[in-house]
Design a protein around this ligand. Structure first.
Ligand SMILES: [Zn+2]
Length: 107
């Protein structure tokens, strides 16, 4: 009898586990990252796509990086730009109002 075969694909697919209650095991499942790096691992899925991996995660690279899921950073920058525009419009409105009041007072 083999020693405890936990993590061993041969044991997993043969006799170490019960029949018909475990999903299919892919010992060479392909993992592809958004950064372009690929590697293999054992998984119940034949292919896995991830957004971040050990080749591009800031913890491993030591560089700061924005993980922009669904354009959140872009959306934030758009909101900031919109707020600046509204502020400028409000300022122009107030200046016009002040000028109108000054003109009315002068009359
Ligand atoms: Zn990556």
């Amino acid at each position: 009898m083999a020693p405890s075969g936990r993590g061993c694909a041969v044991c997993y697919n043969r006799r170490a586990v019960k029949n018909k209650i475990h999903p299919k095991w892919y010992p060479e499942a392909k993992v592809s990252c958004a950064c372009g790096s690929t590697f293999t691992t054992g998984s119940t899925l034949p292919t896995i796509s991830v957004e971040i991996c050990s080749a591009c995660h800031p913890l491993f690279t030591g560089q700061q990086k924005f993980i922009d899921t669904a354009g959140r950073v872009d959306k934030f920058n758009q909101r900031v730009a919109l707020a600046d525009k509204k502020k400028a419009e409000a300022k122009a409105r107030k200046q016009k109002k002040d000028a109108d009041e000054a003109a009315a007072a002068a009359v």
